[in-house]
Each structure stands twice: as structure tokens, then as C-alpha cells.
Write a protein of this length. Structure first.
Length: 363
């Protein structure tokens, strides 16, 4: 008798950016255009000498550094192999037949993919026209069946950011038995990051149903090493998430890299990178707006704008950026902010394509 396997419910990852030629300019996955600081690379190298040993299952050193940075108890922190992995376990852990999850749309496609894979009832709410999450619409759709609300802030794929005061006012309306997951993968790239009083960490003491996910993939330039974390209001929540992670923990190299990335030396380098990305963001937004394109304001390391020719033009010029169709934004394109020369090349191609006399190559 043949072995009978249960249906696969794991969510397939988008591997498109990983299969690109090394000759391609990769502006499609919201990766950092700059490598990690030298102190982080040294920590990874040093950790390789003990690669034959299993990592610390508690990740205590990294938790301690994160706890110091955010002024929380280390026990409130859950580490994972990327924030996406943690988000998946949270969604699965909160699923009960007949319950609902509210997801703004368009937003990070992973949320909906996970919810669909386990037959969670999905309630989609629209964004504001500027690409920010419409909190009033979420509040209007709350019901006795609501188990979870997911808010991506800044929102991917639009880049819109809601200030802390808006999030606070919204959470005050949410019943305590409804969990709220605030996905802040791009928090460190916002202008608000300069003001510690704007950090949503302050809300953890106020709302026992709040969880905040963050990652080392974007600002910290460690996308290739897969490291993320969730901040919880108390140890009961962190324990519930940790139980579902079982033995799936960040590897030794990731833990070493994360700890080094939080050092003062590394932070000084990241601050420079951040300024460079923000400067390019302003330049790109200005140039695209000058071309008369519909552009979403962004507080991230990407810019999303209305341009339908990206798939016809950019691959022929060895450039990869993300068409909006698969993200719920047909006719739009999401461009990761790269190094200035790469950004300039894309901007020139866009401007040339909009010229009626253009001779630019199309597929």
C-alpha cells in the first residue's frame, strides 16, 4: 500500500530574484544596495570556525542586544529565520475554523498566501489613495469572527507610512481578544526612525494584543542570511510563538551577524547607508513626478509608480524590477532603490520610453 501524504500547505517563496544572472541589476527584491559593515562580515567569518557546532537555541546574546536597544525584557523577543517565517507561524498559530483575518490590500502577498493555505477567511480592506493603510476601513470590518489584523507599516508594495499616533488611536478601538501583527520590515528607513518617541515599541506596554515583527534583511543588509524577530507585549505571547517554531532557529552565522549589526561601530555605517538611500529616494520620487507619472509617496527603500512598460524594456537592458500585477497593482512598477548609477540608468530608460520619438528597445 502506497504511503498517503497529507496535502502540502507550506507557502512557496518567490524565488524570482534568486535565479537572476549576475549581470542583472537587481532592483526587484528590496535588498540593500550596500554590503554589511566590515565588523559584521568579520563576525560571520569568525563564527564559521565553529560551524560544526549547533547554534545557541535561545539566541540569548542577540536577544540581549535587541532588548538593550528597545528597552524590553529579552524574554519578550522571538527570533526566527527571517520575519516572514515568524509571520507564517503567527498566522498559523492563530487560525481557528470560522475565524477571520483582516488584511489591507494591496499589501505584502505573503500574508494572504499563508492565510489561504490554511483556509483562514480573509477580509480585504482598501488602502488610502496615497498608499497608506486605511485604519478606519479595518475598524469598520471588525466582527466577532475577527482573530487577527495584519498591518504592514510602511506598507509593501506602496511605501506608505502611518505615524505612531494613528496606530495608537486605532489600537484603542480593537478588542483585546483580536491579535494585531504590525509588520515593520522597513521601519529603520523611515524619517520617523530619527525620533525614538515615534517607535511603536512604546505601544507594547499599552496593548497586550500587539506583536511587532522586524527584520535584518533590509536596513541591516543581511537578506542573504535570513534573520528576523518579533517583539511581544509579554512572555506568554513570546512563549506561544516559540512553541510553534519548534527547532527552527536562526543559524550560527545569522546570530553572529545580527549581534554585530547592533554594535555602535556597525550602526554608524548603517546610518550613512540610510542617508544615501533616503537621498536617492527623494531624487527618484522627484524625477518620476516630473515625468507626470502617478507615484506613491515612500518611506522605504523602494518606490512604486505607474509605468506599464517595465517588463518590455528593463529585462532587455539587464535590469530587474518588480511589476505590480502580482502584488495587486496592475499597471504599476516597484523599483528598489539601488546605488546612484543604477538608479540613474533606470530613470533614463523610463524617461526615454515616455518620449514619443523614443527608439528604445522593447521585447
Amino acid at each position: 500500500m502506497a504511503i498517503k501524504w497529507s496535502p502540502i500547505t507550506e507557502v512557496p517563496l518567490d524565488r524570482g530574484s534568486l535565479s537572476l544572472s549576475n549581470k542583472m541589476i537587481r532592483l526587484n527584491a528590496n535588498e540593500s544596495p550596500y554590503p554589511p559593515p566590515e565588523i559584521v562580515l568579520q563576525a560571520i567569518s569568525a563564527s564559521m570556525h565553529e560551524i560544526h557546532r549547533y547554534p545557541d537555541p535561545s539566541g540569548q546574546e542577540l536577544k540581549n542586544r535587541l532588548a538593550k536597544k528597545y528597552h524590553v525584557d529579552p524574554a519578550q523577543i522571538v527570533l526566527g529565520s527571517g520575519s516572514g517565517d515568524l509571520i507564517e507561524h503567527i498566522i498559523r498559530g492563530l487560525f481557528h475554523p470560522g475565524r477571520e483575518v483582516i488584511i489591507p490590500h494591496p499589501s505584502f502577498p505573503l500574508y494572504q498566501a499563508i492565510a489561504q493555505s490554511i483556509s483562514f477567511t480573509i477580509v480585504k480592506t482598501p488602502l488610502h489613495s496615497n498608499g497608506t493603510v486605511n485604519l478606519n476601513s479595518i475598524a469598520d470590518n471588525l466582527s466577532e469572527q475577527t482573530a487577527l489584523i495584519i498591518i504592514c507599516n510602511p506598507n509593501n508594495p506602496t511605501g506608505g507610512y502611518l505615524p505612531l499616533s494613528d496606530i495608537d488611536a486605532f489600537l484603542s478601538k480593537v478588542p483585546e481578544d483580536v491579535a494585531v501583527l504590525l509588520d515593520e520590515a522597513y521601519w529603520e528607513l523611515t524619517d520617523a526612525y530619527d525620533d525614538p518617541d515615534q517607535d511603536s515599541i512604546h505601544l507594547l506596554k499599552k496593548y497586550p494584543n500587539l506583536m511587532i515583527s522586524r527584520t535584518f534583511s533590509k536596513f541591516y543588509a543581511l537578506a542573504g542570511i535570513r534573520l528576523g524577530y518579533v517583539l511581544t507585549p509579554d512572555t506568554s505571547v513570546s512563549h506561544a510563538i516559540s512553541q510553534r517554531l519548534s527547532r527552527v532557529m536562526p543559524n550560527r552565522l545569522a546570530l553572529a551577524a545580527g549581534a554585530a549589526a547592533l554594535s555602535e561601530e556597525a550602526e554608524s555605517v548603517y546610518k550613512i547607508y540610510r542617508s544615501m538611500i533616503q537621498r536617492e529616494r527623494t531624487r527618484i520620487l522627484t524625477r518620476l513626478t516630473q515625468q507626470g507619472l502617478d507615484v506613491f509617496p515612500s518611506q522605504t527603500n523602494f518606490v512604486t509608480f505607474q509605468w506599464e512598460d517595465s517588463e518590455k524594456i528593463l529585462p532587455l537592458n539587464n535590469i530587474a524590477i518588480r511589476p505590480g500585477l502580482g502584488m495587486g497593482l496592475a499597471g504599476y512598477t516597484r523599483m528598489t532603490i539601488g546605488q546612484p548609477d543604477d538608479n540613474e540608468r533606470v530613470l533614463n530608460l523610463i524617461e526615454e520610453s515616455l518620449n514619443p520619438a523614443s527608439t528604445i528597445k522593447h521585447s
